[in-house]
Design a protein around this ligand. Sequence first.
Ligand code: NDP
Ligand code: BG6
Length: 493
Amino acid sequence: MNTDIVFEMTSHSTEKENTAIIILGASGDLAFKKTYPALFGLFKNDFLPKSCQIIGYARSEIKLDEFKKRITSKIKVSDEDKAVLERFLEICTYCSGSYDKKESFQNLDKFVTNLEGEDDRKKNRIFYMALPPTVFISASEGLKENVYSKKGDNRLIVEKPFGKDFDSSRVLSRALSKHWKEDEIYRIDHYLGKEMVKNLMMLRFGNVIFGAVWNRYYISNVQITFKEVIGTEGRGGYFNEFGIIRDIMQNHLFQILSIVAMGRPVTLDAEDVRNEKVKVLRSIKPLSIDDVLLGQYTRSADGKNKGYKDDEGVPQDSYTATFAAAVFNIANERWDGVPFILKCGKALDEAKAEDVPGSIYPGLARNELVIRIQPKEAVYMKVMNKEPGLSNAAVISELDLSYTDRYSLSRIPDAYESLILDVLKGEKSNFVRDDELDAAWKIFTPVLHQIEKEKIKPELYEFGSRGPASLSRWIENHGYKRTHGYQWKSTKL
Ligand code: NDP
Ligand code: BG6
């Protein structure tokens, strides 16, 4: 039997209410690559509220036709969906204005009010800040003072990065909390919207077999890996200021780590889930430089791909890491002594994000449970098996739940689609709470400052390689031995 994944909508929408979704920074990269395609996906599947307008807002003066062309440039539609796209575009409008002027926000308010109408329905407003972090504070203040709906619910979506270290993250949190209540703020870490990350809780707490061994007595190590085949590709200016630890490890990989490691929440309520995540983070000591390996990519061996320093906006003397591996210990009863090895890098040999929560029986036959987040979502367990036939030899094989083989989904919704739907429903468990941020920044801030102050040089690796040459030795030194001679089929596809 095939199983479809069905969203259950306890809709935010009734005949008695209207919802305006306002995208700030609508002229930008994120908006046309992710936000609008996600909104179209929701519209097409009838998940947007019945009465809804989508208002793009940015400083650029853009004609509506031109704007519509831009926001549809990444939306792929079949012939039969063309009419749906036309209907979607009818609810999309554009208003230009600044992110720090009262008059601009008042003008936006008038624009939205005009679309909502003056009837007595509830008027909900969702503000999506697809903006550079430098304008988060002024925009959030301007919105609260001038565009906040007094006749309905208001929600503010904030994109990462949430600061650069503990202090700057606190400054941002305080500024937001001056105007917005914590339960109105939705901090997006889009990894929390990925299908397999959302599945982690179900795998862990819905299967007795995993619950019983999910601890230091049975798991020898956990690895969480993010690999990208592309380099910084024109985002060098932004990246050079942040580096791979802030761009990927401190947020995307740490969200996965906290779900893998947390205790069973009392209920599935957002606050119960996030309480457990915070407890895990608070059991991790600040990262030491001795537990980190840094790398930076250079031109590819064949010279076809540029090195990091060839990217626009990257200074020639940059020490910014494009690869990082780090090991963490969670000092609690469940995990003490189990290394959590996190690796992330750009311009590597393959694209993959996966989570390997361990070798359940350390020793002779090593079992590995692999949760592949992307591409080709899968859960598989490496098991020892008798070689079929007359031989009695042990071979490594796998119990395999590959999504494409098992489910008849034509596509898995994009993470942004799933998260925007959560915002519409007011479901907060897949968003980052302010104390989660504090706890995560406490772990990373000292080492980030040390790397910057002492200008610690990353080890160079070639574009398209496995990363720094010392990686395998570094990982072995931290408790993991690679199984040779086994290849998971999907990597060959
Ligand atoms: P952009 O650099 O494209 O900026 C978005 C819009 O903001 C621009 O179109 C521009 O619009 C305005 N803007 C740009 N620079 C400034 C500035 N210095 N001062 C005021 N306004 C400015 O950003 P992205 O769309 O790439 O990203 C938006 C947010 O999402 C960021 O916080 C980013 O970190 C985050 N993000 C982005 C991802 C991506 O794939 N792009 C992935 C994950 C997170 P105008 O001039 O018309 O006002
Ligand atoms: C973003 C990072 O948050 O995530 C990018 O800023 C990275 O550097 C991206 O490329 C990866 O997201 P995904 O969904 O493509 O794995």
